[in-house]
Ligand binder design. Structure first.
Ligand SMILES: CC(C)(COP(=O)(O)OP(=O)(O)OC[C@H]1O[C@@H](n2cnc3c(N)ncnc32)[C@H](O)[C@@H]1OP(=O)(O)O)[C@@H](O)C(=O)NCCC(=O)NCCS
Length: 316
């Protein structure tokens, strides 16, 4: 392997004023992160660029997460090396520089998640392991499909929906409830009646109230919720959270909620609109249920691999 160590130098994107040069740097990450690179407030992000001469060849992009207690953490959103520069130690140098910079800022934890079907997934896993990150493990399953396919593929859906109806299960848009779903859900999370991962508060700024659903049981009590977020840059609807009370688990109630969500998206945006469902192993059987019910007509499905590293102010 040719080491490029001595010919590379590293620049914080915030120090680059030239518009064309910033554009060239932005080519080194996904389009959906463009708004983060263009944001006027920069203190909560690290955008570190590796240059060879005038040419940006790699970009590390991480953002600070809302702090939990004393620990301040960053989430690595993307780490990309230009194709012609790969396998020459560029990412190795960049990750070392970024970790040192974050530690100097008092960041003690850096986390990341990436798709198992990303062409570079094996490479990034190897790179992280080389740098003493925790072994990446599958955390969530994501399934992407056209809402029209979800609605029309199976006659079994009608049966399921009729059964849910006969039990008095109702799915209401968050706009149509006579209580604030986020407030009510927050009370349940804080009281330990709903798990932390189901907390919709972190999504309150970006979710779509019209398409997020409250799940009411036969007595009219809140028995779960589904959060729906528009992702216009990716041209899709995303369901990051779906939770039902233990009584409603394994009764098709959550699957029914996603079907209802798909119907509503279809009514709003047409049958070819894309939806992405997400489930975590912490949701128990939901993971395998989604694979069983939705994978057969998915355009793609993947696992999100997660990893993290504790940073020390004294360096590695
Ligand atoms: C992942 C990526 C950043 C690695 O950059 P790089 O500069 O080629 O990495 P390095 O040369 O520093 O290699 C460091 C380690 O990464 C791993 N690695 C890099 N490329 C690899 C590959 N093609 N296959 C397997 N492991 C690989 C190895 O463990 C390697 O260590 P080694 O050379 O001692 O075996 C680069 O391949 C890339 O940009 N991929 C596309 C974008 C992407 O998927 N980014 C990750 C998610 S945002």
């Amino acid at each position: 392997m040719e080491l490029v160590r001595d010919r590379l130098y590293f620049v914080n994107l915030d120090g680059i004023a030239d518009k064309d040069l910033r554009e060239a740097c932005a080519e080194l990450t996904w389009r959906s992160y463009r708004s983060i690179l263009d944001a006027p407030k920069t203190e909560n992000r690290l955008a570190l660029v590796a240059f060879s001469g005038e040419v940006p060849v790699a970009l590390w992009l991480s953002v600070q997460m809302p702090s939990e207690g004393q620990q301040r953490s960053h989430s690595l959103l993307s780490l990309v090396v230009a194709a012609a520069w790969r396998r020459r130690g560029v990412a190795t140098r960049l990750i070392q520089m970024a970790e040192a910079e974050l530690a100097a800022r008092g960041i003690s934890l850096v986390t990341t998640s990436y798709s198992s079907i990303l062409p570079g997934a094996a490479a990034i896993s190897g790179l992280l392991l080389n740098h003493a990150w925790i072994e990446p493990k599958a955390d969530r399953i994501r399934i992407c499909g056209r809402v029209g396919d979800t609605v029309t593929t199976s006659k079994a859906w009608d049966l399921l929906l009729r059964r849910l109806q006969s039990r008095g299960i109702r799915y209401l848009s968050w706009q149509d409830t006579d209580f604030d779903v986020i407030e009510r859900a927050a009370v349940m999370v804080d009281a330990g009646q709903a798990p932390e991962w189901s907390d919709p508060r972190p999504w309150s700024g970006s979710l779509c109230r019209q398409l997020s659903l409250a799940i009411l049981d036969g007595k009219g009590d809140l028995a779960g919720w589904v959060v729906c977020e528009p992702q216009p840059t990716l041209n899709r609807w995303y369901f990051p959270i779906g939770w039902v009370t233990p009584t409603e688990q394994d009764r098709g109630t959550l699957v029914g909620a996603y079907l209802e969500g798909s119907r509503r998206i279809q009514a709003k945006s047409g049958p070819s609109a894309l939806a992405v469902l997400e489930a975590s192993p912490r949701q128990g059987r939901a993971w395998s249920l989604f694979e069983k019910h939705f994978s057969s007509f998915a355009l793609w499905s993947d696992r999100l691999l997660i990893s993290q590293k504790t940073l020390s102010a004294d360096g590695p």
